[in-house]
Design a protein around this ligand. Structure first.
Ligand SMILES: N[C@@H](CCC(=O)N[C@@H](CS)C(=O)NCC(=O)O)C(=O)O
Length: 211
């Protein structure tokens, strides 16, 4: 039994997309980060880091395995099914290269850029300039990779594509566009049109209260 704790956010959406691609049934539980639900004592018992997504995999004996960090969850699900991640060699190393680049480079740059543009109590020009430049620089790097390959880690769709897709789906938050990155634009359209990707997005969007 797989339980996912998530919201309509860039890191959350990766998990339902992977589960839909891998055809694994799951229950989705909304954690409204706009209302601070990720900081309640109950949620902090699940993830002391106070962030979504969280995956709970409960085996037949009822033992729950709780996993945080979207990239780690993607690897766990790929290994559980033997899909979307080569089992060894250079192909596997390329997927990890992109996952780490996403988790330490592109993702934080997009997140911090959006934060300082939207939420800083006072304008912070240096932070905005620094993180906006880094968001666009990492996007151009990805564009260079996609000039050579159909997908971010080679010629096959993998969990590394799902990882990058999450933040590029929410590129409006840091005001990033694909105007200067045609290869990213081509790749994004191909990934977004996958039926499983559409289903994953619809599942997290349904978590947002309509008011
Ligand atoms: N490195 C983590 C980042 C998780 C993260 O930042 N989640 C955001 C939503 S995309 C969140 O929960 N933000 C609320 C907060 O930080 O309080 C991952 O990839 O899972």
């Amino acid at each position: 039994m797989l339980d996912v704790y998530a919201f309509a956010t860039p890191n959350s959406v990766k998990v339902p997309i992977a589960l839909e691609e891998l055809e694994l049934p799951y229950a989705l539980h909304g954690v409204n980060v706009r209302k601070g639900e990720q900081k309640t004592p109950e949620f902090l018992r699940l993830n002391p880091n106070g962030k979504v997504p969280v995956l709970v995999d409960t085996d037949e004996s009822g033992d729950p395995f709780v996993l945080t960090e979207s990239a780690a969850i993607l690897v766990y699900l790929a290994e559980k099914t033997g899909r979307l991640l080569p089992t060894s060699g250079e192909g596997r190393a390329r997927v990890f290269e992109q996952l780490f680049f996403h988790a330490s480079g592109l993702g934080p740059a997009f997140g911090q850029s959006g934060f300082f543009q939207r939420f800083a109590a006072e304008p912070q020009p240096l932070a905005i300039e620094r993180f906006s430049a880094e968001a666009n620089r990492t996007l151009r790097l990805l564009d260079g990779t996609l000039a050579k390959n159909d997908y971010v880690a080679g010629e096959a769709f993998t969990i590394a594509d799902i990882a990058h897709f999450g933040w590029l789906w929410r590129r409006g938050f840091p005001n990033v566009t694909f105007d200067d990155t045609p290869n990213v634009a081509r790749w994004y359209e191909a990934v977004e049109s996958r039926p499983a990707v559409q289903r994953g997005i619809a599942r997290v969007e349904a978590l947002v209260p309509q008011d």
